[in-house]
Design a protein around this ligand. Sequence first.
Ligand code: ADP
Length: 569
Amino acid sequence: SVVEDAPALTDGFQLVIDALKLNDITNLYVVPGIPISDLLRMAQAEGMRVVSFRHEQNAGNAAAIAGFMTKKPGVCMTVSAPGFLNGLTALANATTNCFPMILISGSSEREVVDLQQGDYEEMDQLAIAKPLCKAAFRILHAQDIGIGVARAIRAAVSGRPGGVYLDLPAKLFSQVMDAAEGAKSLVKVVDPTPAQYPSTEAVNRALDLLKGAKRPLVIFGKGAAYAQADDTIRAFVEKSGIPFLQMSMAKGLLPDTHPQSAGAARSLVLQDADVVMLVGARLNWLLSHGKGKTWGKPGSKKFIQVDIEPREMDSNVEIHAPLVGDIASVMEVLLKGIDGGLTPPTDWMATVAAKREQNVAKMAPKLMSNASPMNFHGALGALRRVIKERPDAMLVNEGANTLDLARGIIDMYEPRKRLDVGTWGVMGVGMGYAVAAAVESGKPVLAVEGDSAFGFSGMEVETICRYNLPVCIVIFNNNGIYRGTDVNPTGGNDPSPMVFVPGSRYDKMMEAFGGVGVHVTNPDELYRAVNEAMDSGRPTLVNAVIDPAAGTESGNIGSLNPTSSVRKM
Ligand code: ADP
């Protein structure tokens, strides 16, 4: 019959799904709508995990952190114009943080958009995305889907990872082509992150500095965690005997309790080190740009930097020994290179350890407090115990005081378990990160959230309940931004812009969607509630009442607030 003789056909919908699956992309973080709804239905029917959010920014953040966790691009899909714009914040954040991510947005008809004739959700999305990501592509023909998806994947993960935008006009999905031709057009990306070794000369330059150092220090950033070179990194640290610092999302690469950890002696090592080796960490604001008071006497240090991005070298201060390459390869070469030739700096390590013990002892009693109303230290002391007892749990953390204090107090024991506000110090990543952390790891997730930070993505508690994810959200509820005590200076009825409804019960939000809500007022209750949630795996929100007077302006970064010499607030 005619039907049997007709060549088998495929279409744009199918080819997009086939191209992603061929490249081992199995999870999609999405918000449905025109023109991608059918694509998402088909993806689910084809066995992909399609996680549908309430707002694109959260779906995008989920994709970005999936990229960090897995070293494969996380994929977010959105509708055109407004959905695309909502996803763009996450794409820009992924690029800033060097997380591989692909934002795929449906778009309107090129012919109409380019003539600006007012199409449904008209917007020149490709042009708008370009400055905010590593690369941006548009696919106009079904036969180009294979190569377009391959380009997007390679752009996201190769070199310095980052965000990629892929524009798929509505018309593309319904384009039809011969199925065999279509299958042939697909591309599986070969060797997307090639090993990249620095030259022998560059390696020797760095080794000479390390071997000559009296007070060396290694700083690991989230690039080192991302690289998944955990064993090599650990071997290097232990063989060299050099103290190390771990940036926020690198915490746990080596356990924070490791004898060589200088985490609790940060000020000392930054001041006094003579040779500092940066591994997947940038000398940006988070490290005071490598200069100023934090870093001791000007000119007192020599820097080695390991990074895949050559232009990162000398970005803020002179890098005396740049090692451009991928962290796994570079650390492997350095590990061989220190064999026999490097004497562990035992005196210096002892000085660092003494300072660390002193600081740890000073902090300890504050973490034991069971006072009510809770302060940050008492509450975080309880959560610190939870993570100590469950080192493989994922920890998501955002807020101001909630972030800064949790980072210092909660020790991490395993790599890539701590997900937080990253390079921008951005609020709003919490629920997107929590969802992806659960989906990608299959482990229980503890999300420690300031009440203000939670508000940016709070509606996703419905998503967490709908997918029945093992996420326990703890809201540090002190009634406001930084604190809950600000008042309107005019005496008018409006509250201060810095406060929320006092005594809010965020736990009730979780109950509204069938999850577990718990209201706690002291650290013992908090500890019990979180443990129960982590055991049961049920979606849980713990409303942890914190003293409204606890908390400082902007947490640890109050100095970044501009102040007026004319008017004092
Ligand atoms: P942190 O905020 O933890 O200090 P950053 O995000 O500032 O970390 O720095 C991460 C760095 O790691 C970036 O400069 C990035 O280019 C680099 N990087 C990421 N992945 C790799 C890799 N596989 N090999 C080498 N460098 C990498």
